[in-house]
Each structure stands twice: as C-alpha cells, then as structure tokens.
Write a protein that binds this ligand. Structure first.
Ligand code: SF4
Ligand code: SF4
Ligand code: SF4
Ligand code: FES
Length: 985
C-alpha cells in the first residue's frame, strides 16, 4: 500500500548538471542550477507554506504565502519564483513572515465558504491545511463584504464539478491545462477581485474544448474542482499503485480505495511513462469493473440457441477440458487452439500460449496484435533485429523534428500526445502524414509545418518519395549508414529509391500530396537535427503494412536517426499490453522473445522446463483459424479477452466461422459480441482484481497490483491454470510472480526481470538482463540488435482494393479519445456521454453530390457488406475519403471492411475499403439481423438457469415481481431487488 499524498517540491526539478549550494535556515543544501528557493527548502527538509505552487507546474507567484527572508535582500521574496544563488542564506520562519502569511490567509478565508465540515475535501484541502500551518485563528474582516460565495456551480462535466465559490484563483488549474495537458481550455477572466476561472469562452466545462483529462482537478488545492465520486463516496482510505488497462502509453496510477471500492484514480507522479498525467479513460472510466452487466458466474450451453446454465467453476472447467479432449481425439491435434488477450497481463498471456503449446499440443495461438501491429513486429525485426520500438517516450523531449505517420496521438495515446505537444511548444518542428486533418495538425500554439494529406493506401509510395529526395539531394548520413548497416544493401537501396518513378512529381500523382510538400518534408526530416518518427495503425493496417514499417526504418537508418535519444522509429501501440502479449509468445510461429518455434535449440529449452515435446510447425493465425473452421478442420477455441466479432474485419465471415465450431469458450467481463456465439462463458477479472505486469509501447514492464479480490473468485491466470490441470497437465503457480520468473528463465531479453525488481525500480524496459540489469530505454545504441542494420527494398504495390464506379469512395477507420477499441469497457462508463454512436465523416463536396447533410442516415456499402449510420459533414477529411469509428457493435463497421491483409503478417487492411455512400431511411439487413440476434441472446442470458440457491431465490423473486406487476420490465424488477437487497424500502 502507498501513502496517498506524495512529497511536493513546489516547483519543477531542474536538470542542469551545474549545482548551487545555499543555506536554508542554516542547513546547507545543494540543488541543480535554476532550482527555486522553495525547491531547495523542500530538498533540505523544510516545507514552506504555499498555495499556488506545485512541482508539476512552473511557478506563478500569485498567492504570496511562500514569502521568505534572504540575507542581504530587501523585502520578502516569494520562494517559488526566486532562483537559488550560490551562498544564499534563506530564512523560512520569523515573526514577521508568520504575520504576513496570516494576513494573506485571512483574506482568502474571508471570501471562502465556511462549510469545511461538510465539504468533500475536508481533511484533504490545502487551503484548510495552510490555515492551520500559518496559525490562523480568526478572520478580522467578517464575511459580509463583497464576495463570491453565491457563484453558481458548474456540474456539466460527467466526472467533476466546478464550484467557483471555493476558488482562490491560484491558477493551478489553468497552468495544468496549459503545461501538463496542453489543451488551453481554461483562462482567468477579469482582473483583481473580479477575476475568475473560465472554461472556453465563458462556457460550461462540457461545452468548452476541455477533454476531461482531469489535470486541473488534480491540481486544484481546494474543493473547487472535485471528482463527483468524492462527493458520492467520500475520501479514500488507502492507495494501491497500478497500471492503466486501456492504451499502450501505460500510465501508472494510484487507485485510491475505500474498502473495496475505487473512489478515484490518481495518476502516479512517479510513473515513468506518464509523470503524473492521464487521460479521461484511465482517470475516470473505471466504472465498467463494477457495472451490473458483468457476468460473475461461469455459464455453459450446448448450442448458441440454448439458454445459458450457470455452473460452478469446477463444472465449467471440467466441461471445457472434457470437450477440448473430445474434439482433439475426434478431429486431430490441430483442431483446437487459443487466443490470448492484449488486455490481460503478461503472465496470463504466457499461460494461454503455454496451454496451447504444452497441453493442446500445437501452436494454434494468436493474439489481437495480428490485427494491429504485427507488421511492426515483422518490419522492425527484419531491419533492426527487434520487434519493438526504439525509444522511450521521454526521448521526444530531445527531438528537433517529429514526424507523425498514420497515428492520431491526441485521441489514441493522449498522455504521450501532451508530452509531444510540450516539446512542439518548445520549438520542435512537426510533420503529419495522415489522410485526415487530425487535431495535431493545428491546435493551440502548434501547427504542423507539413500536413501530407495522402490518399489511403499510398504510404509506401510516399516514404519512397521522401527517401528519393534524401538520396538524390545528398542528405543521407553515409558515415552512419555505411558503418552501422550493410553498405552493399545501403547502396542498392539508394539506387532503388533514386529511380525516377519515386521522384516527388511522380509520387504526387499516386499519393495526392503536392511534390513541393514531399520535397520540403524530406529536407526537414533529414536536416533539422534529431528526427523522430512516431506511427500508428495508419501505417500497419494496410496490404503493405510491413513494407511501410521497413520503409520508415530505411529512412531513419539512411539519415542516422537511430541509436540515441531524440530520434528513432516508434510505434504507438494500441492496447495496454499488446507489446507484452507479443513479447511473451502469443504468435503461432514464435515463443517468448520472438524466437522461432522451428529452432530446435529454443524448443529444447521449453521442452525441458515444461516437460513436453513441442510441435515444431507454426500454428494457425487468426484469419486461418476462421478459414479452417469453415473448412471443418478447426473445431474448438479458447478465447481470452478478445472480441473479434466486433474488432476483426468481415464480420459475417467470422460469425459463420464461429457458428460452425463445436466449442467456443470465451473468457471475458461481459457477454460481448463473440460471447454471443459461444458455448462456454468463463467470467474474467478486471485489472483491478489481479496481480501481474503490462508492457507498454516503450517496452516498459510495469506492475499491475490487485486493488480488490476477483469478484468472480478466480483471476484469469488461475482459470487457465485450472484448465491445464483438468486436461491432465500439471500447472502450479502460487502467484503471478512465479510465472514471470519462468518467463525470465526462458527468455534472454527478460532474464533480469522480476516482480521484486519492478517493485523496487517502478518499471524496466526490456531487454533487461546481465548486460542491462536496469533495462534499456534506447535500443540499438552503437550497434543494431541484429548486428548490421538491414536496408530492404520497398517497392510500392497498389492495393487490390480499388475504387470503381460502384464503390467510388475510400473508407478509413480510427478511434476517438473517449471510447476504447470495441468500447466494451468505455461504453459502460460515463464516457458514453461524449460518444453515443459511430458516425460517418464525409467531405462537404462528396456530401453535397449525394444530398447528404449532418445527421442524415446513410448506407455505407462495400464488396463485403453494408451498414447504416449517421453522417457528419466535415472538411477534416479529404474529398473521396470517408471515415468512421468502430466503438459500437450495433454500427457493425467491420461488416464493411474486407479480408484484404498485409502480405507478410495478415494484418487486415482496415484503412482502405472501397465503398459507396447514399442516403437511406432504414438500418441495413445485417443491422436488423444483429438486433434480432442480440435480443435473442440477451433474452437467453436473462433466462439463464442459476447455479446456487441464492440465485434461485433471486430468480423466483424476479419472476414474482414481474408476474404480479406486468408493467414492470425485468430490468426495473432487477433494480428494485438490488435496491431492496441493499436495505432500501
Ligand atoms: S480536464 Fe483537462 S482539458 Fe479539461 S480543463 Fe481540466 S486540464 Fe483542461
Ligand atoms: S479552480 Fe482550483 S486550481 Fe483553479 S484557480 Fe480555483 S482554486 Fe486554483
Ligand atoms: S493515455 Fe492510455 S494509458 Fe494513459 S490514462 Fe489514457 S488510456 Fe490509460
Ligand atoms: S506558492 Fe509562491 S506565491 Fe504562491
């Protein structure tokens, strides 16, 4: 357990190597040059009273509480804004200082509601604390004069309130929004007594540009900005440090808890990936863990048209084990397989692949990285030797030019986006390559120097065009490339990209990006100093995803932008543990540490540890599993935490594949779209209910700590372990740390990792071994992992998915800030306020041609299928391209996407689907079928046969209530029973 509050140095830590020694109250202290007197005082063990200062914000000097006396100086300077000087002698306490501070506090308190006892911040309010610290006992001015006590409260935000009557106008919230989040949503309006905090243009928080990151709430020293959960539940009594379970940034949090209830999530100041910041998802959207939709008991059924039957864990595990054994005996060893989850921990994922390889006896294991960053793994391993990004996030602070390709960091990786924006405001230059004008293209105080609005599917032509300019204009770093890479391959690559077909004028015809922009971008990237590439699914989810990853790697090698801070090729990986699930062996051809299963030496290691003989043949990838299911050779599947019916392309093909199987086992929190087609449901546990580790996009391994016991009785790793044992393979771990010890024993890049070390250091970035006992923030320093960097020829090949007269537009898909992936979690939180349905963005020109207006119902039809959704006319998207998200199952976005995929990895080509769009009045046929099927499945769930007595009684009560009162819906009856069970009358 952690203490709830951290030490606050008042002003930011400076990094100067030069130090300054001074005296605080006679105690000598040495701090970096540029530090404030307040910082030095805290370093010397002395807290100076303060209200407007906080060590994550630059000093502002408005509250005048932190006054000190400095020998030889007149007056009482503010310690937060006064820099240290050598030999300075500072006094922080004296009768005069005490009097001045009391005077300041008196003024504050005279305009502050005296409701401390009923205030939600009581006992946790800095204003209250400071009144105590300065010894304020009475207020001489009375409370009758002009004040702000009647200022109306703004409760518009879903998660926090703004009560201006409590505001002391310290500006911490404004600075947090500017400096930490970089949204600039808040200002101080007016002057003097009339000054007040204002969101947007004097709007409600909800109507302003605020993105609900919560940085201002965290910064506020009073109860002015306060989480609604604190009003509802009261102050927490303990805190547990854990890691966010949403995106690949991997923010560290203190889960603040009361009993077993999470009251709030506070970003951990010592988190190495987030440095105390977060986004709306990690900070506020944790309510799904206790949502009533969660299924808490195992359930089985013979057919998907049957009612579910709740069973005990023993019965469920034995049933699944028996069925897998039956299917394997009948259809052969290759007829069963498993899918590990990038939302689960490394340890859980490792056990799923162990179950498949050691117990099922094949390599039919895959993971959702198949549909997102498998080309990253392939491309970076081929060129550099490691299937992971080259940098840590902090590296961006040393970049001079940042090229963002096919990524939307402010929505997809918001905390890293804030850090990137800080660097851009410091003067780094920005290039964005994206078909859409993402927020980063123009946002307060930031403007991309180049926005390359390319046609979807033409990435490789663009990167070759950039390389053409770099090579033909002599901008390569030949010394670096010839020394660090294979010189012959470098030469061949130069000749390849120098061909006239990759000249900017030719590339402009393919990509739609003007030649001068291609030329300018290449020159900027190659000559502006440290150049860093950050990319996302707009690179990988293409038929040439792997080629593009290698194209970017080529460009970075050719310009010497690797092997140090500020440079590199960094994937912004999607799910919280997608890096980790790949690292620990979730691909059908690789065991942990990306070693091929066909390598007899590698297999021997595992065979000895696991006491089995392993199959040397790679197993089925996810799309091959579906094809094999339809062929009748793949019959049973264990799916841990993955909803591919919603997330994978060509939904109807997947539905047909699952319907043809004899055993589909889904382990998840909710009856998701895949579970609706399952025969067994094993209730999973949320990240709050287990111990383990996640690995973020920087290869950073961090602990996930149990905040409360699993409400279902078993954590996910325990379920997989029970299944292995029931199938006759002994698997025994007392704690996930023992699983990590096994991973470390078997994986050279993890050999130095242990829970003890992670606890001690906070996190480590792999490789972590004897050579790098505390991990490796920057890869390929001095030498590439594969030895010589490999230049690969990256010929541009147009995708087969072409527009035609029937399908004249290109559909490309993405995510938004408030929802996450298939939305199973975020839709079950207050985040639903911001995004209640997926909409289709269409350019005004295309809209006008079709008579489409905002909110008009439109059908989007492709060669794979058709769905209907509302239109949003927007010039963020270029003519000829339409865009939507896939957060809501009823939209069925992936009904439209096709089976086309990356040539090397089968990663689906989500980003390019030829479609037409037209006005309609009804839902599509698929959507109508979906609605009927969902109604059927929800009814089957409600009618489930309950396992234990209390559930039988519950069901009887439910039945009685709905029979006696026919107007009462089942949901209303459930709510009433819940109310009664909590003592309500
Ligand atoms: S929640 Fe975040 S974006 Fe909104 S005002 Fe506060 S700091 Fe700014
Ligand atoms: S809302 Fe809070 S942080 Fe912002 S000025 Fe008022 S008291 Fe300070
Ligand atoms: S940026 Fe990602 S990891 Fe951080 S809080 Fe948001 S969702 Fe969680
Ligand atoms: S803390 Fe220094 S002036 Fe407010």
């Amino acid at each position: 357990m952690q203490s709830i509050t951290d030490l606050d140095f008042g002003t930011p830590r400076r990094t100067s190597k030069k130090t300054v020694t001074l005296e605080i109250n006679g105690v000598p202290v040495t701090v970096p040059d540029g530090s404030s007197v307040m910082y030095a005082a805290v370093a010397a063990g002395t807290n100076i009273p303060k209200l407007c200062a906080s060590d994550n914000l630059e000093a502002f000097g408005s509250c005048r509480l932190c006054l000190v006396e400095i020998q030889g100086r007149r007056g009482f300077p503010a310690s937060c804004t006064t820099p240290v000087e050598p030999g300075m002698k500072v006094r922080t306490e004296s009768p005069r200082l005490a009097e001045l501070r009391r005077g300041v506090m008196e003024l504050y308190i005279s305009d502050h509601p005296l409701d401390c006892l009923t205030c939600p911040a009581n006992g946790h309010c800095e204003l209250q604390d400071m009144a105590g610290v300065v010894g304020l006992r009475e207020v001489r001015y009375g409370y009758e004069g002009a004040n702000h006590l009647d200022a109306p409260k703004d409760e518009s935000n879903t998660y926090f309130t703004f009560d201006p009557s409590k505001c002391i106008v310290c500006s911490r919230c404004v600075r947090a929004c500017d400096e930490v989040q970089a949204t600039f949503a808040l200002t101080i309006d007016g002057r003097g007594f009339a000054s007040k905090i204002s969101a947007g243009q004097n709007q409600d928080f909800m109507d302003s540009e605020c993105v609900s990151c919560g940085a201002c709430v965290q910064a506020c020293p009073t109860a002015t900005l306060m989480e609604k959960s604190i009003y509802e539940l009261g102050q927490p009594d303990r805190a547990v440090v854990t890691t966010c379970a949403y995106c690949g940034v991997g923010c560290s949090f203190k889960a603040e808890v009361k009993g077993n209830q999470v009251v709030r999530m506070v970003p951990n100041k010592n988190g190495h990936a987030n440095h105390g910041h977060s986004c709306v998802k990690g900070r506020f959207a944790f309510g799904y863990a206790t949502h009533p939709d969660r299924i808490l008991k195992p359930m089985i059924r013979k057919s998907i048209d049957d009612t579910w039957k709740e069973v005990s864990w023993d019965e469920a595990i034995n049933y699944v084990a028996g069925e897998f054994k039956r299917i394997r005996a009948r259809y052969g060893r290759g007829s069963i397989g498993g899918i590990s989850s990038s939302r689960c921990t490394n340890e859980e994922t490792f056990l799923v692949q162990k179950l498949v390889r050691a117990v099922f006896g094949n390599n039919n294991i895959d993971t959702c990285a198949r549909v997102c960053h498998s080309p990253t793994g392939y491309g970076l391993k081929t060129t550099f030797g490691t299937s992971a990004g080259t940098q840590e996030f902090d590296s961006v602070m040393k970049a001079d030019v940042i090229m963002v390709i096919g990524a939307n960091p402010t929505d997809g990786h918001p905390v890293f986006a804030s850090q990137m924006k800080r660097r851009l405001r410091q003067g780094a230059r920005l290039i964005v390559a994206d078909p859409r004008a993402i927020d980063l293209v123009r946002t307060p105080h930031i403007e991309a120097e180049y926005h390359l609005s390319l046609r979807p599917g033409t990435n490789v032509a663009l990167i070759n065009g950039l390389a053409h300019v770099v090579v033909t204009e002599g901008l390569t770093n030949d010394a670096f490339a010839n020394e660090r890479c294979d010189p012959e391959e470098f030469q061949k690559w130069k000749e390849f990209v120098s061909q006239p077909k990759y000249a900017p004028e030719q590339v402009a015809v393919i990509t739609g990006v003007p030649a001068e922009k291609i030329r300018g971008t290449a020159q900027l990237y190659a000559t502006a100093g440290n150049a860093a590439i950050y990319y996302g699914l707009g690179v990988t989810e293409h038929s040439q995803g792997s080629t593009m990853v290698m194209g970017m790697a080529n460009l970075a090698m050719a310009t010497g932008n690797l092997g140090r801070e500020g440079v590199g090729v960094s994937p912004l990986r999607g799910q919280n543990n997608v890096q980790g699930s790949c690292d620990v062996g979730s691909f059908p051809h690789e065991v942990s540490g990306y070693r091929h299963i066909s390598d007899a030496g590698v297999r021997a290691l595992f065979e000895k540890e696991w006491n089995v003989t392993l199959d040397p043949e790679p197993g089925l990838r996810i799309p091959n599993m579906f094809d094999a299911a339809l062929d009748g050779s793949y019959k049973g599947m264990y799916i841990q935490g993955e909803d591919f019916v919603q997330s994978d392309p060509n939904t109807q093909h997947i539905e047909a594949a699952l319907r043809s199987m004899e055993l589909v086992v889904v382990q998840d929190l909710f009856l998701n779209e895949t579970a609706k087609l399952a025969h067994v449901f094993l209730p999973g546990s949320s990240f709050l209910e287990k111990d383990g580790t996640f690995t973020n996009a920087e290869r950073r391994i961090q602990l996930v700590r149990k905040v409360m016991p699993p409400v279902t009785g078993l954590a996910d790793w325990e379920i997989t372990m029970a299944l292995a044992n029931a199938m006759g393979y002994p698997m025994h771990y007392n704690h996930p740390s023992e699983i990590m010890d096994e991973i470390a024993r078997l994986t050279p890049t993890f050999s130095g990792v242990s829970f003890e070390k992670l606890d001690r250091l906070g996190s480590v970035q792999w490789p972590c071994n004897d050579k790098a006992p505390e991990g490796t923030p920057t890869m390929h320093v001095g030498q590439f992992v594969r030895g010589k960097g490999k230049f690969v020829i990256t010929e541009y090949v147009a995708t087969d998915e072409r527009t035609s007269r029937k399908y004249p537009l290109i559909l490309t898909t993405g995510r938004i800030l408030t929802q996450y992936n298939v939305g199973a979690q975020t839709r079950r939180t207050g985040n639903i306020t911001w995004h209640q349905e997926d909409v289709l963005e269409i350019h005004p020109h295309d809209a006008e041609q079709r008579g489409i207006k905002d909110d008009g119902l439109v059908a989007v039809s492709s060669r794979a299928g058709c769905v209907v959704l509302k239109a949003k006319v927007s010039d963020r998207i270029q003519p000829g391209v339409v865009y939507t998200t896939f957060h809501h199952p009823a939209t069925g976005t992936n009904v439209v996407t096709t089976d086309n995929s990356d040539w090397a990895t089968n990663c689906p080509e989500y980003k390019v689907t030829a479609v037409d769009v037209c006005l309609v009045t009804n839902q599509s046929e698929w959507q109508e079928r979906y609605r009927d099927f969902t109604d059927q499945q929800e009814a089957l769930l409600k009618q489930r046969e309950f396992h234990d007595r209390s559930q039988v009684v519950y069901k009887a009560a439910l039945y009685t209530m709905t029979t006696l009162n026919p107007e009462l819906t089942t949901d209303e009856a459930r709510e009433s029973l819940e109310f009664l069970s909590k003592g309500g009358r």
